[in-house]
Design a protein around this ligand. Structure first.
Ligand SMILES: Cc1ncc(COP(=O)(O)O)c(C=O)c1O
Length: 447
């Protein structure tokens, strides 16, 4: 007899430490055993729509045999080789060449990691190396934003702007600073200035406070994902670019969630016609079928890397993993062949319109927002004041459980429901998502 879900969970709690480990939070846990398309299957046989594409990554959906075959082919040909200087492999070369075509004209050089946090670390160190080579070793600080998420290794955690990630792990790495998020629903700009410009000007103010000669990098997600799907005003990033140029601060965009079509464009920042100096990506590059991430840098940074006399002493055993790069190549065939940016734009509109139609007048829905196929519903106690529910009421956790009762598995940021289903989701499944969210809010807060 195979073990029951109860047996499995009994062993799980004895032996596993989970990301964001919390014994209380693990009650009613699932043990996923199978998946297909946009559906996850629990060990007790129940099925759920994968409302967040795993962790924002399974864009091509579950059960893509092309990706399994690409991994299998590579594993039987060359399962691993070093990617360190002096070694390379076919798929890493092909993937870097392909990314040079897919990213911005000035970004043509790529480094591969195993995920998002390692990509953040890589970019912090590259920015430091760059300014050190240019004779400005004091230019090493990183500014990022409240509600930003950039991973939780120690330096990445210090850039992450969600304080609950820091509390038990202080002190943070020095030299990581935060400014406010350009959060249209909550940001209050002074009279006579648009919220987008005012929020961007906070970067200038912080650079001036710290001294421009000490600030290396501004790190930002085009749309803040884990922080609650926060879409900036249209004038925000153009002004950010101006400020970074003026003070010689590298603009690094964290496209770990937004990259590869999620927002309706290949890269999130394309919405605002702005080019970064550095990018980082992960998740959707392999649709989660293999842990792979990476960075890309502009030609001016690549020139310094090439001309620097000092070795860039940064590396991971799994950099440019041949299996990961092979899976990424097969996955990019899907993303480009099935035109994921267009699909995300169209399906995202259906999702957002559906949610707005059903929820815009709900007395506890403060805002329904999104871009492409990522959306959020922000629950508030009072729509007039935008006051949140007392945390002790656990409204978010209760809504999350109710969504699961209605067959939808996703994640919350506090009382904000986050949604980013696989880009292959069907229209019928999108309707199920909209029903599940609406019914769950109704169950907890009344219709
Ligand atoms: C924007 C962003 N950056 C970085 C990360 C960290 O990635 P990882 O969990 O692979 O370290 C995440 C993870 O959700 C993310 O959303």
């Amino acid at each position: 007899m195979p073990p029951t879900k109860t047996d499995l969970l009994a062993s799980d709690v004895r032996h596993l430490i989970h990301p964001l480990h919390s014994k209380a939070g693990h009650q009613n846990a699932h043990v996923w055993v199978r998946s297909h398309g946009s559906t996850l299957v629990d060990a007790d046989g129940s099925e759920y729509i994968d409302g967040l594409s795993g962790l924002w990554n399974v864009v091509a959906g579950h059960g893509r045999t092309e990706l399994a075959e690409a991994a299998s082919r590579q594993m039987t040909t060359l399962p691993y080789c070093s990617g360190y200087t002096g070694s390379s492999n076919l798929h890493a070369i092909a993937l870097a060449e392909r990314l040079a075509q897919l990213t911005y004209p000035s970004i043509n050089r790529f480094f591969f990691t195993s995920g998002g946090g390692e990509s953040s670390e890589t970019n912090f160190k590259t920015a430091r190396y760059y300014f050190r080579q240019l004779g400005q070793p004091d230019k090493n600080k990183v500014i990022s934003r409240q509600w930003g998420y950039h991973g939780v290794t120690l330096a990445a955690m210090s850039a992450t702007g969600i304080s609950s990630y820091w509390t038990m792990f202080e002190p943070r790495v020095p030299g990581f600073l935060h400014i406010a998020s350009p959060y249209p629903y909550r940001y209050e700009a002074p009279d006579g200035i648009s919220p987008g410009i005012a929020a961007a000007n906070e970067l200038e103010q912080k650079i001036l406070e710290e001294g421009p000669e000490t600030v290396a990098m501004f790190l930002a997600e085009p749309v803040q994902g884990a922080g609650g799907v926060i879409v900036p005003p249209d004038d925000y990033f153009p002004r950010i670019r101006e400020i970074c140029d003026q003070y010689d601060v590298l603009l690094c965009t964290d496209e770990v969630i937004t990259g590869f079509g999620r927002t309706g464009r290949m890269w999130g920042l394309e919405h605002w016609g702005v080019e970064p100096d550095m990018i980082q990506y992960a998740k959707a590059i392999t649709s989660g079928y293999f842990p792979l991430g990476g960075t890309g840098v502009s030609d001016k940074i690549a020139d310094v890397l090439d001309s620097g006399e000092d070795v860039w002493m940064h590396a991971y055993t799994y950099s440019a993993h041949p299996v990961g790069c092979a899976v990424a190549m097969a996955n990019l065939d899907i993303i480009q062949g099935e035109d994921f940016p267009t699909q995300a734009a169209e399906k995202g509109r259906t999702l957002l319109d559906g949610l707005k139609q059903r929820l815009d007048n709900h007395p506890h829905v403060g805002e329904v927002r999104g871009l492409g196929l990522m959306a959020a519903v922000e629950i508030v106690e009072d729509r007039q004041t935008k006051a949140e529910f007392d945390a002790d009421e656990k409204v978010g956790a209760r809504i999350n459980q109710a969504m699961q009762n209605h067959g939808l598995f996703s994640r919350m940021r506090g009382d904000v429901i986050c949604l980013a289903p696989p880009i292959v989701i069907t229209d019928q499944e999108l309707e199920q998502v909209i029903d599940a969210v609406t019914n769950a809010i109704g169950d907890v807060l009344g219709a």
